[in-house]
Design a protein around this ligand. Structure first.
Ligand code: NAD
Ligand code: GLY
Length: 368
């Protein structure tokens, strides 16, 4: 059984996200139906070793000429160097304008392979085969592709929507549990943004998903993709509503940056903590009831994710966090943009947040 979710709207060609089991084995038929001249897999070394042969054999069984290029696993592969290596390999293999890139992996592979597809011969089609929970519920949907530079994350990229997304719940069985929990933070974020009933389910009956239960995971992925697809369909280029997907990310990114993007906090853990902080700040400012901030925190904690600065073994300096939140610009007396909450399932963008008020809040939260 699979579930198909349409992504449509704006200026891009509509496509579908397929969620279900056994989709890695069915990738050949799914890709062949799009009638490319050939298909070429881009993956990372870890994912290729586990799932590469399943997908390659499935493509070959459909008579598609295929091949595989890998990059080292990890964020460092979102670089000019790896982008050039992938593009060079696609050229060396003789791919043409009707060839298809198959991005097999997590968000790193999806972002890198998607950008390579956007650039190759001014843009060829690609299919996303996300193998992390984060990639299934977030990065594979919506067409944002990018690499990092030493000056910052995701600064070089393109909007390039995939032709199809194949989210195989079975692929998540090999994912380390910390990665599952990290992806779960983005699932929780979708509930917090616009579906209170879904959020409450995630914190109660659905909580087994954060521990890898495939039934709960499947339901969580489906509802998450529905929410992301709707938002992206309304606002592909983030002119308005898509910014709501940044809930928890301004606080979270500042925490990650202060920890030099190391192992102390994964991106998802930082987002989870950032969401809890955004709700508490909203309550402190009288924008939402304190009970709503407690409800948000309880749902996040049910997954074993952090909600308090004291959950992290590090002393954060309020001034340094504010500087990060302001994009390293001088923030004194300045204004910040934050996604704030009226209630669970009801958030909004505030582009006029007083940096001094946030600084006082951070000190209350335990920052020095
Ligand atoms: P990732 O791609 O680095 O994957 C995490 C780790 O899990 C890697 O070591 C990978 O090799 C391994 N892995 C992947 N699938 C596996 C599997 N099934 N079994 C075992 N191991 C597996 O990280 P991620 O969390 O998936 O993605 C993070 C990236 O996504 C960041 O670069 C971020 O900027 C990007 N992102 C992009 C968007 C977007 O809209 N484009 C949205 C959110 C995040
Ligand atoms: N992950 C945020 C976005 O896709 O817009």
């Amino acid at each position: 059984m699979t579930t198909t979710i349409p992504v449509a709207g704006g200026a891009f060609a509509p496509y579908e996200v397929v969620v279900g089991r056994g989709l890695l084995k069915a990738a050949g038929a799914e890709v062949a139906a799009l009638k490319p001249t050939r298909a070429f897999i881009v993956s990372d070394e870890t994912v290729a070793a586990i799932h590469g042969e399943t997908v390659r054999a499935s493509l070959a069984a459909e008579g598609l000429a295929t091949g595989l290029v890998t990059v080292p696993a990890g964020e460092a592969s979102k670089s000019f160097e790896q982008l050039e290596a992938v593009l060079d390999r696609l050229l060396a293999e003789g791919l043409d304008r009707k060839s298809m890139v198959v991005a097999l992996g997590g968000g790193v592979v999806g972002d890198l392979a998607g950008l390579a597809a956007a650039l190759f011969m001014r843009g060829i089609d690609f299919v996303q085969v996300p193998t992390t929970l984060l990639a299934q519920v977030d990065s594979s949907v919506g067409g944002k592709t990018a690499i990092d530079t030493p000056r910052g994350k995701n600064l070089i990229g393109a909007f390039h929507q995939p032709r199809r997304v194949l989210a195989d719940i079975e692929a998540l069985a090999t994912l380390p549990m910390r990665q599952v929990r990290s992806g779960w933070a983005e699932v929780l974020k979708h509930g917090l943004i616009c579906d209170a009933a879904f959020f409450d389910w995630l914190g109660n009956e659905g909580a087994a998903g954060a521990q890898g239960d495939p039934d709960a995971l499947e339901r969580a992925v489906i509802r998450s993709v529905e929410i992301k697809a709707q938002i992206v369909g309304e606002d592909e280029k983030e002119a308005g509503r898509r910014a709501l997907l940044n809930l928890g990310h301004t606080f979270g990114h500042a925490l990650e940056a202060e920890l030099a993007f190391g192992e102390t906090l994964t991106h998802g853990e930082a987002v989870a903590l950032g969401c809890a902080m955004a709700f508490r700040y909203s309550a402190q400012q009288g924008l939402c009831a304190a009970s709503e901030a407690e409800r948000a925190e309880a749902g996040i904690r049910a997954a074993g994710l952090p909600t308090r600065l004291s959950d992290v073994e590090h002393t954060f300096a309020a001034d340094a966090l504010i500087a990060r939140m302001a994009g390293d610009k001088k923030a004194e007396g300045g204004r910040l943009t934050l996604i704030l909450a009226r209630a669970v399932g009801d958030v909004f963008t505030d582009k006029n947040v007083d940096a001094e008020a946030v600084r006082a809040f951070l000190i209350e939260e335990g920052a020095a």
